[in-house]
Design a binder for this molecule. Structure first.
Ligand code: G3P
Ligand code: MG
Length: 247
């Protein structure tokens, strides 16, 4: 794969301020609002199908009070993943990762693919995700980046698909951030913006990593973070951040 280049703005869970997170509608919304890349969360259904879902439970976004890990893809695919957000999105589905890649190809969007495993399924989730990227990622799209809070997921991704770029996700970075990033061969560090200090941002940049920050919906905060050294801002409202950075 070619070298990773990140855009200055990435839509979070699609464009989660405007449409139900981690749905095809949300990816389309991000594109409509000017994003060139999106972030979304991938975990496995009970029968091992990679799907877009943030929470371990299906309850909040798909209305079924059960773990995704205990539910088959066939059942997940029938759930309403949009009605909770606004009535006009009722009938929106939980997409599989495969459906998502095909949709990104149509939209021409790049992706930060967050591996969001249920506990105990870190390696399995990473392997299923990278195998699908190897099989289906369109050559015409930008090189994607894999991210995860789970070091073991990124290690499994590296072992299965070393050619795919990786970013280690943090809430706050501890003093072992560089050792952890190096251990999984990460090229990127993705940090919670409100927990990032200017000193740590400078250290990350000086060490040669691509620095992404999440989740930034305030235009002025986005501008400050770019000055602090962020390469990329992950936002629920990519249109607002794009406008702020253009000022
Ligand atoms: O990838 C950035 C961000 O999505 C990480 O946190 O909980 O929104 O997946 P979360
Ligand atoms: Mg995420």
């Amino acid at each position: 794969m070619p070298l990773l280049t990140l855009p200055s703005v990435v839509g979070h869970r699609g464009a989660a301020s405007y449409s139900p997170e981690n749905t095809l509608a949300s990816l389309t919304e991000a594109k409509t609002r000017g994003a060139t890349w999106v972030e979304f969360d991938v975990k496995l259904s009970g029968d091992g199908v990679p799907v877009l879902m943030h929470d371990a439970s299906l309850k909040r976004t798909a209305g079924l009070d059960r773990a995704a890990a205990a539910t088959s893809w066939a059942e997940i695919a029938t759930l309403d993943a949009g009605g909770w957000f606004a009535p006009r999105f009722a009938g929106e589905r939980v997409p599989s990762f495969e459906q998502t890649i095909r949709h990104l190809a149509v939209l021409g969007l790049g992706a930060n693919v967050e591996i969001k495993p249920c506990p105990g399924r870190e390696a399995e989730t990473a392997i299923a995700t990278v195998r699908m990227l190897q099989r289906l990622w369109p050559a015409a799209l930008p090189t994607p980046v894999l991210s995860s809070f789970a070091d073991s997921a990124l290690a499994a991704a590296r072992d299965t698909a070393p050619e795919l770029s990786r970013a280690l996700l943090f809430g706050a970075t501890g003093d072992d951030w560089a050792a952890r990033a190096s251990a999984v061969g990460a090229v990127g560090i993705n940090v919670a913006a409100r927990r990032l200090t200017p000193e740590r941002a400078a250290d990350i940049r000086a060490a040669g990593y691509l620095l992404s920050v999440y989740t930034v919906n305030e235009p002025e905060a986005a501008r400050r973070l770019m000055v602090m050294g962020a390469h990329s801002i992950i936002s629920d409202a990519p249109d607002l951040v794009i406008a702020a950075l253009a000022r």
